[in-house]
Design a binder for this molecule. Sequence first.
Ligand code: FAD
Length: 417
Amino acid sequence: MTWRYSAFSLLKEGLSGQKGWEPAWRSPDSARSYDVIVIGGGGHGLATAYYLARTHGITRVAVLEKGWIGGGNTGRNTTVIRSNYFYPESVALYGLAHRLYRSLSRELNYNIMFAPRGMVSVCHTDAQMEIAARTVNAMQLNGTDAELFSAEDVRRVAPAYNFSPRARYPVAGGIWQGSAGTARHDAVAWGYARAASRLGVDIIQNCEVSGFIVERGRCRGVETSRGPIRADRVGMAVAGHSSVLAEKARFRLPINSYALQACVSEPVKPVLDTIVLSLGTGCYVSQSDKGELVIGGGLDRIPSYGQRGNLPTLEGVLAGVVEMFPSFAGLKLMRQWAGTVDVVPDSSPIIGESPLPGLFLNCGWGTGGFKAIPAGGTLLANLLATGRHTDISRPFDLDRFARGRLIDEAAGSGIPH
Ligand code: FAD
């Protein structure tokens, strides 16, 4: 009976333009001023707005999104969440995010489908194994759950992998993080949006920020496609478009924007219940709850704001995946896309006040910021609310490039995202 009723109401809503469904978040017109404006309705921007309201009690907040929320990298990524980074600063940052992710469904009362099913980075040579041993030791000293895997351990968690001794990249072992996993990316954006909206935050979509209101050397708001909106504190979480907006605020960021591609196969029965990355091919695969194989690899080489990516890169990634899992060669691809990622020379994010006082930055997550969303939001919210860093955000300030205190995570965990 319930089933019939649900099917009927589904049909009724479909035919009536879904007028009976309560929207998950409000879509108000923008006010003329707010206490805080957050530019960018991706995971980091929405999380920032949520923690401003929830932790700091600041609810006169607007999130301004030029398209639709989650339509940037947050809705385009391969959803890997892990915290096995190399340096203590990164471990503190990504460890905070990882801890918050574990309880996020409950916190937001929204199922983000966080599934900690482990991740293995496969090594292929003695030299890689030696580096892996050092990496695991460093990670364990920092308190991260990293483990050195033998080839047999890799076979146990990924039996479909190519273990042929004649393989181009034979398996020597790997780095394992058992607490790594995946979450539903849209749900992270929607969950934060719904929770923030309920606390009073205005989420304004189709509202592009085109410039900044600067008075007496301080940011006092933004110019938008819907007119000027004032606020004494502005946060910016626009990922690959950070340098575009920085230019409008008349400063430069050490960021290059690149396309990063991903694709999914047709759905198949469960064949892979962990995330597998090869240090040889630089490609990685997991299987979604729907059965699709979610595939990612390295960056397109030429800086670009394109959201499609080029074919040779995709071909290289797919060739790598077939080296790893020869049985996947017969699968059809369902979808392919790219996002514009903001890559910083030391592969670590930038969190802190910008050279324009009153404008605060959350950017530079490059290929790996989905896993950091709860921490990025917490830390930017704290900066906007208090004007001060916490011990976790301090090392990631823009001034590290002037002080020479880079946190070079490019190879620390040997993982390209
Ligand atoms: P976004 O989600 O991009 O949000 C920024 C928003 O700002 C966008 O919605 C955009 O429309 C908006 N915006 C831009 N300019 C303006 C403007 N002028 N005015 C108003 N709004 C504006 N990370 C991981 O941790 N794990 C992974 O497995 C992983 N895989 C990835 C795979 C791919 C293919 C890609 C592209 C990325 C991947 N990432 C991964 C990286 C991750 O997706 C990003 O680091 C993260 O989503 C960044 O979130 P964000 O909120 O900062 O940016």
